[in-house]
Design a protein around this ligand. Structure first.
Ligand SMILES: [Zn+2]
Ligand SMILES: [Zn+2]
Length: 68
């Protein structure tokens, strides 16, 4: 699969990730990796933990998330 962003610019680059928002495949130059804390499931007698998770997005969805 090729990078969606690169294809739109007339180039072809092998995609290394998939945007979790829109599902577009993006290359290493276009992927935006972000670590986010996800709250783990609370089970009886255990402390709720925040798990560091990874979110991979394309530039478009990253810009949309950062815009107010
Ligand atoms: Zn690309
Ligand atoms: Zn996206």
């Amino acid at each position: 699969m090729n990078c969606y962003e690169c294809v739109q610019q007339g180039r072809s680059e092998v995609a290394v990730a998939v945007c979790y928002v829109c599902g577009a495949a993006v290359c290493v130059d276009h992927v935006r990796a972000e670590s986010k804390l996800l709250r783990g499931p609370a089970s009886p007698g255990k402390v709720i933990r925040d798990w560091p998770a990874r979110q991979l997005t394309c530039p478009v969805c990253r810009a949309a998330e950062e815009s107010p």
